[in-house]
Design a protein around this ligand. Sequence first.
Ligand SMILES: [Zn+2]
Length: 115
Amino acid sequence: MFEMREGYRVVAIKRANGRFTKCVLDKHDKIVEKKCTGCLEIKGLERFNKNSANKFDGRIQKCKKCDAEYSIKYHVENKERNRKYDAKKREQLAEHRRKYDEEKRKRLAKWDRYG
Ligand SMILES: [Zn+2]
């Protein structure tokens, strides 16, 4: 939990996407805590999963707890969608294969005629 400490300061840092994140900097301007975009609590940086793609501070914007909850929710919501998508994809592939086989048969039949 956030509490003011000597030499620390709270700043709003603009991220690459133009949004601001509230951060707590130490004396050396190093980010030690930041605000989670999920639960909106200010937590220590070690409570955020690493993401080297994030040039801002090398951490994701949600704390580990929120990220885990989000992942579960996302997974459940997408399960049904993915199942439907897979069925559709399988059907398309089968259709494609049918057409291909048919064309191949026609091609071969043609060769037979001239063969
Ligand atoms: Zn959070």
